[in-house]
Design a binder for this molecule. Structure first.
Ligand SMILES: N[C@@H](CCC(=O)N[C@@H](CS)C(=O)NCC(=O)O)C(=O)O
Length: 207
């Protein structure tokens, strides 16, 4: 199997961390690729052109981070905690938490893309909407983490939250997410020590 990624992508980082956390790194090769590039090595494999993209041994192509997480979880049924329970045995709590984090990250990605446009092409309305969304979800995540339980164990929601906040630390610093969120800040501090986090640090960007 082969996982296509870029070092800056928080979505690809989720998949890369999950590969490490499940011990599947011996079975999954990794290739760094380019995005929005007609010569990208990814396009002949996946016309969608997004990372993460996982190519299975029989050539089947999986994209979409959550689908890849579900697949990696099915490859490692003995793992505790399960990477992502798909049978409702946890009351669907992992899926719920994962959706919350991915929803926040989707909004941040839109916000970040806006900021990468030339200033005169940026939409203040989109930036305001996504700032508000990020703050709203960030506040709920602060509550989730402070209450304990959720995000305490290294599973798919934990990995997604680490990658999302890690993205804000190095590639979306415009969002001062730590302000008023001490539990989340302390959570990332602790999460940062994890080898899978350290092995997948993205380069710092100008935003
Ligand atoms: N919904 C996708 C989003 C992945 C995504 O947007 N990846 C970005 C990098 S952070 C990408 O590949 N962008 C290239 C493009 O949109 O052409 C997922 O969950 O995997």
């Amino acid at each position: 199997m082969k996982l296509y990624h870029t070092t800056g992508s928080p979505y690809a980082r989720i998949a890369r961390m999950a590969v490490l956390e499940t011990g599947l790194d011996a079975r999954i090769a990794q290739e760094e690729t380019t995005l929005r590039d007609p010569a990208s090595s990814l396009l002949p494999v996946n016309p969608v052109g997004r990372v993460p993209t996982l190519v299975l041994d029989d050539g089947t192509v999986l994209n979409e981070t959550v689908l890849i997480l579900a697949f990696l979880g099915r490859l490692t049924p003995e793992r505790r905690p399960p990477l992502l329970p798909l049978d409702g045995s946890d009351g669907w709590r992992a899926m719920s938490a994962l959706g919350r984090v991915i929803g926040m990250l989707d909004g941040i990605a839109v916000w970040n893309r806006e900021l990468r446009r030339p200033e005169h092409e940026r939409s203040p309305g989109v930036i305001a909407l996504e700032t508000e969304r990020a703050n709203r979800v960030g506040d709920v995540l602060e509550h989730d983490v402070a209450a304990g339980g959720r995000f305490a164990e290294v599973d798919a929601p934990w990995i997604a939250l680490a990658a999302a906040l890690g993205y804000c630390e190095r590639r979306h610093r415009i969002w001062k997410w730590r302000e008023g969120r001490p539990a989340l800040a302390a959570w990332l501090e602790a999460a940062s020590a994890r080898p899978s986090f350290q092995a997948t640090l993205p380069p710092v960007s100008g935003i």
